[in-house]
Design a protein around this ligand. Sequence first.
Ligand code: ZN
Length: 288
Amino acid sequence: MKYLECAPCGQRAAWITFWVNVGGAIVKGTVGYFGNSKALVADAFHSSADAMVGLVTVISLKISGEGANKRYPYGHGKVEYIGAAGVTVALLAAVVFLVREAIYALHHGSTVTPHFATLLTVLIAIASSEMLFRLNLCTGKQLGSPVLIANAWHNRYDVYTSVVVLLGIIGAMLGFRNLDPLAAIGVGVVIIKVSYEILSEAWEGLMDKALPEEDREEIVEVVLRACAKAEIAHLRTRRVGQKNWIDLGIRLDPKTSVAQAYAARETIRNLVFLRVENVAEVQVEVFA
Ligand SMILES: [Zn+2]
């Protein structure tokens, strides 16, 4: 971190992004609706999706950070996925409705011309997304936060989406009226694709997906390094929210003393904690 003021800036960046998206959704939605631009309305849905996802992230990080308690011994990690899935399903319903309207407009030939205000709005939207990109990338790099850096690239993506809207509006104003609903469909497809990614990640998180192959290989390597004669009886891994839970069974030489077995078990446990990221707990069972 180069500058002291980066830390508070990082905390603010998530909220600034959230409020810019809320403002964007309201302004784009209103201007798009009254100014006859379906593409701008689609972009408004996109902004509200971004705002909701941002809010869910902030809230769920807070809740999942609460950790385990007596009632929820595995922590609150899954709440993120439940939140994200709920928001995404609601958004998808709205987008499908909008795309259907745009297809209807295309089919019957769009008869409306977007108002000049829609052009101004989308230009401001492009500028603010670009500013968010720079803000999140700068703070993300200074703080080494992958979440902020991912946010930044999302903002860049938003710039491209709004440029498509801009082209649709300019085209429609020049007399190619079908370009506006066409741009709306384009934005709708982007939202559907992003929703699919959010939903499949939520599904994997809720279904206790195993850790990636590299992590499992790493664990096997750790076991063999700790005691070369050990045999893996079972290895079950799962991701709960951002945390990884590992359940490992090893078979040792029957002549191993209890003290040696205990020492091997502790070494393996500590090494796994060191070598695999975000581990919540490692259960090691020893068999003879
Ligand atoms: Zn977006």
